[in-house]
Design a protein around this ligand. Structure first.
Ligand code: BGC
Length: 347
């Protein structure tokens, strides 16, 4: 079968090639791939900066944002042939650490976890893939065109779950939310904020075009003129860019008892000066919390699938700005202005 593969660590080694059918030991659910989303992590892997092949191979099948249709499944299970499904990215570490032992592999403490398409496990960007029942999430039929957004939405669902858990450490009545970055993660974070009834503000660089439109259509407010005005004492900041300056400023202009949730991974290429003593003073005197979050466990995928099922389907479709047939995969390397989410499709 056809698959998009890379040699991790080798820049620009991506190629489309024939690989063996997925081994049954990888899972009892056989899935026909419909679409695979592309994100910054995939681009880093293609650039040779991240990623690891499975121990038994010298190549890695890319792809961790999946949507497929079940071809084979155990007769007595919840999933049946024809169902729409998304594969969960991370597998628990084999030790397992205390978090992986209870199904919270997103909080793995020893870094021995594996991730489909990223670290030590083949990904989903092949004509077919296999997953275990525990790592396959059934999606509603109305997500046929947009279910590939479940993985990025799961990351955001986890972020919101943890924000709420932290907020509930004391009496808490948040209203204003700032999301920095109007890429897929930022827009999905804004969607989940609007679904919770918050006054959501989104900051990005684009002055016009699709991003401001998508934000306004959500019923949120778009800003492009700096964080001070956009933040304006936000109770919750969901930082989705990884830009160090924004992270720092978010801790300066948020509300007392504010929560700053970091979801973006910084490139590490732009150092900024930080007055740690002043930062410490502010965080302590305001009871602020700044925390990072990555990945998602099964519960978060289910929350994400529910959130997408309830969202406006046309709005979700507009988030997917490019659908690239697998044979034309090189086009994923281009970054047109106004691109939000690029998806690879399979016939
Ligand atoms: C994925 C996460 C993963 C992280 C680090 C992100 O792009 O969405 O599932 O944990 O990369 O590998």
């Amino acid at each position: 079968m056809k698959a998009l593969v890379v040699h991790p660590g080798q820049p620009n080694s991506a190629s489309l090639r024939e690989v063996p059918e997925p081994d049954p030991h990888l899972g009892e659910i056989l899935v026909e791939t419909l679409a695979v989303g592309v994100c910054g992590t995939d681009r880093e892997i293609i650039a040779g900066e991240y990623g690891a092949a499975p121990a038994e191979d010298d190549y890695l099948i890319l792809g961790h944002e999946s949507l497929g249709r079940v071809l084979e499944a155990p007769a007595d299970g919840e999933l049946q042939p024809g169902d729409l499904v998304a594969g969960i990215v991370r597998r628990p570490d084999p030790v397992p650490c205390p978090s992986c032992a209870v199904g919270e592999w997103d909080m793995c403490t020893n870094e021995k976890y594996t991730e489909h398409g990223i670290k030590g496990l083949h990904g989903f960007c092949a004509e077919r893939f296999r997953v275990t029942t525990s790592h396959a999430v059934k999606l509603a039929p109305n997500l046929e065109n947009v279910g590939v957004l479940v993985e990025p939405a799961s990351v955001v669902a986890k972020a919101w779950q943890h924000i709420e858990r932290i907020g509930n450490r004391a009496h808490w009545s948040p209203s204003r939310v700032l999301v920095t970055g109007a890429g897929p993660i930022g827009l999905l974070a804004a969607l989940l904020g609007v679904q919770r009834g918050f006054d959501v503000h989104v900051l990005d660089l684009a002055e016009d075009g699709l991003k401001p439109e998508l934000v306004e259509e959500l019923g949120a407010t778009y800003h492009h003129d700096g964080i001070q005005e956009a933040c304006c004492g936000a109770d919750i900041v969901v930082e989705c860019t990884g830009v160090g300056r924004l992270v720092y400023e978010a801790t300066q202009c948020n509300a007392h008892s504010g929560i700053v949730c970091l979801t973006g991974i910084s490139s590490g290429q732009r150092a900024i000066d930080v007055d740690w003593a002043e930062l410490n003073r502010r965080i302590v005197l305001e009871n602020d919390v700044v925390f990072g979050t990555v990945n998602a466990n099964r519960e978060h995928y289910e929350l994400a699938a529910d959130a997408l099922k309830e969202a406006n389907n046309e709005w979700l479709e507009r988030l997917i700005t490019r659908r690239i047939p697998i044979d034309n995969w090189q086009a994923i390397l281009e970054r047109p202005v106004d691109d939000v989410k690029t998806v690879i499709t399979f016939d």
